[in-house]
Design a binder for this molecule. Structure first.
Ligand code: IVH
Length: 659
């Protein structure tokens, strides 16, 4: 075929193949057989091979392409990827409605749909073409998994109608139960390790570096939200828009005129759960009206306008074979029940945390007891209760050891607290965990330094704490088991290239009690420099959004401790440079204050956007405020702002600034 004809034929073939993709995944119908569709795909493939310059990234032939990656790129989300609050009973649903009614009174309609147990992803389209796809990550930043998402046929590479501009769609990647079983049957034949459940395969497949591997996993996708580019009046309309764009949505979604009317749907969904072709772990209930839902805002990591009704978790009974005590990163002793292995909710459970001594005493769990184990979704399995009639003779209540089971140092109980701690800061597992944590993905992110090596280094006395890593030499490593000259050299080089670290990551690496990645980011954004956090008072720390009194107190204590001062000094001697938190955001140094209502977004959303762009939000008027955003019904604050000569802008001007 000549090129001009090929150009036309290729365009038609692409359109035809996309049409059949849409029918199959969105409309649940088929006009032609799989074999006929394969034949169209083959013709397209062959033509593209003849004229490779006609290949485009969004061609249906380009679902598996490109080289395997060596690591994932981080992608900041345009708006935080939220999660949902859980409800386990209709009583909790009623309480949810009552709380919402207090904030925004009115008549609510509800949109109910199946909650699919998979993995949340965000897809970004520009002018109708899929540009990037990312995992949720920590909600603010995800991993770029575009190459893997492209292999999923239910995800359109081009949107129907080629809408212009940017559109962001979020949804769930999952696997059908039958595909999962088939996959495992093949693996069993080849003598490979079996996967635990469809959710794990979906999650594992999306985080593959080699897209060719992902392409062998039959993954599917349901869209549940449009977060940019299009707006709808309600959830029903949003689902119609999603389908029109070419996305499948969760089946059976229904609108109800009241919460009471939803009850029958919940029952039915639970009854039909096992006969669904995919894993369903509950029902998502959303307030149908989107502007109402937005006005309700966000609490913690979840929107108030939606909730996940979780089906009763699966339970099973088993026997406690032993209760061991583990030592964590901050030296806390945690009793853990070693269980006779048992299947619960699709996974084998052989251990369950008993949290602390108080919890063991309350439940009176003893070695030899038969216990009820509970597991909901991916929540850590828990011992619900002991079945006392099945208790054998001669059991003894559990007691916490008075000396550390590892280093024999004294165990102390925190005053007023439930926690028991090993009093030796150099206790081996504490050191090991702190080092592993410091070099982990949220900290220095040093590769090739697994737990085993850290253990060897500690045992050989080569390091005591994370800064010690930068003092290591090739000669230190080569005598160790598993190290050849080359691998030792590589590791030393890898460590050396990780001397510069952003403030938030450094805070994570320090293993400050009660400070995780989110709090670390909040602190970094607010203070920008380590020294400012070190000097801040408890009150100043507690005033930071996302930091409460408890965290502020532990932060202040941590930075005062002589041990911390020594540690920071060692980091400095090792040549570690903690970079200032970005002041590069377009709104850096700008402080906003709101008054009156915003028509397009809730205050929470506005605040999040400002913070994401490096700006700040004030809670009261003052000289530090740069802009007063005066919405409808602005009153006193606007007059005060005028008196102070501050800049007053309209919500529309504000929307432009942050867009
Ligand atoms: S709507 C703010 N609808 O369940 C998030 N989520 O436990 C809006 N999920 O984060 C989510 N099926 O990953 C929605 N039909 C559905 C869903 C669904 C599964 C996931 C989603 C969400 C998690 C919350």
């Amino acid at each position: 075929m000549k090129k001009p004809q090929a150009i036309q034929r290729i365009a038609k073939l692409r359109e035809e193949i996309n049409h059949h993709r849409y029918l199959y995944h969105v409309k649940d119908t088929q006009e032609i057989s799989d074999a006929a569709l394969d034949s169209l795909k083959k013709e397209l493939h062959d033509l593209e091979q003849t004229y490779p310059d006609l290949i485009i990234a969004t061609s249906p032939t380009q679902r598996v392409g490109g080289q395997a990656l060596t690591s994932f790129k981080q992608i900041p989300h345009s708006t935080r990827m939220l999660s949902l609050e859980d409800a386990f009973s209709t009583k909790e649903l009623t309480a949810w409605e009552e709380r919402n009614q207090k904030i925004v009174p009115g008549k609510y309609q509800y949109f109910a749909e199946l909650k699919i147990d998979g993995l949340a992803v965000a897809l970004i389209y520009e002018n109708g073409e899929l540009i990037t796809g990312a995992t949720r990550g920590d909600g603010s930043t995800g991993e770029d998994v575009t190459h893997n998402l492209k292999t999923i046929e239910a995800i359109p590479l081009t949107l129907r109608g080629q809408p212009q501009g940017k559109i962001e769609v979020r949804g769930e990647v999952y696997m059908l139960k039958k595909d999962f079983e088939q996959l495992n049957a093949q693996r069993a034949k080849r003598g490979e390790k079996l996967f635990a459940n469809p959710r794990n395969v979906a999650a594992g497949s999306i985080r593959q570096l080699n897209p060719a591997m992902t392409a062998t996993r039959p993954l599917r996708f349901f869209a549940w939200e449009i977060t940019a580019g299009l707006s709808a009046a309600n959830r029903q309309q949003e689902y119609q828009q999603l389908q029109d764009l070419g996305f499948p949505v969760p089946p059976g979604a229904t609108v109800f005129s009241s919460l009471a009317a939803v009850a029958a749907y919940l029952k039915q969904a639970e009854l039909s759960r096992l006969s669904q072709p995919f894993l369903v772990d509950g029902v998502v209930l959303k307030i149908n009206d989107l502007s109402l839902s937005r006005r309700l805002g966000i609490v913690g990591k979840a929107p108030r306008g939606s909730i996940a009704f979780k089906f009763a978790a699966e339970e099973a009974t088993t026997v406690v074979e032993d209760i061991v005590v583990q030592i964590g990163r901050t030296g806390v002793l945690t009793p853990v029940a070693q269980l006779r292995p048992v299947q619960v909710a699709g996974t084998t459970v052989s251990r369950a945390t008993l949290h602390n001594a108080g919890e063991v005493a309350r439940k009176d769990v003893r070695v030899g007891d038969t216990v009820v184990i509970h597991k909901a979704g991916d929540i850590i399995p828990e011992v619900v209760k002991v079945l006392p009639k099945l208790r054998p003779r001669g059991t003894k209540p559990f007691t916490m050891p008075t000396s550390c089971p590892v280093c024999r140092a004294k165990v102390v109980q925190e005053p007023g607290g439930a926690a028991h701690r090993c009093s030796n800061p150099n206790c081996f597992p504490v050191q090991r965990e702190q080092i592993s944590h410091a070099i982990g993905r949220s900290g220095f992110d040093i590769e090739g330094l697994g737990d085993k090596i850290v253990e060897q280094l500690l045992q050989a006395g080569l390091i005591e704490d994370p800064p010690g890593l930068w003092q290591l030499t090739v000669g230190d490593l080569t005598p160790l088991e598993r190290f050849a000259d080359k691998s030792a050299d590589n590791l030393i080089k890898e460590i050396a290239t990780h001397k510069k670290i952003p403030l938030a990551r450094f805070l994570v690496a320090l293993s400050i009690p009660n400070v995780g990645t989110v709090t670390a980011q909040d602190l970094a954004r607010e203070f920008r420099e380590l020294a400012k956090i070190q000097q801040a008072s408890v009150a100043k720390l507690a005033a930071v959004d996302g930091v409460g009194q408890v965290v502020a107190t532990s932060l202040a204590q941590f930075f005062k401790a002589p041990r911390t001062i020594k540690l920071l000094d060692q980091y400095q001697q090792a040549g570690i440079i903690v970079s200032k938190a970005k002041s590069g955001g377009p709104l850096a140094g700008q402080t906003f204050l709101f008054t009156g209502s915003l028509p397009q977004m809730t205050r929470d959303e506005a605040k999040q956007r400002i913070q994401a762009l490096g700006g700040k939000v004030a809670s009261a008027i003052g000289k530090n405020v740069n802009y007063l955003v005066a919405g409808e019904a602005a009153g006193k604050k606007e007059r005060q702002a005028k008196a102070l000569g501050l800049k007053i802008i309209s919500p529309q001007q504000f929307a432009q600034m942050i867009s």
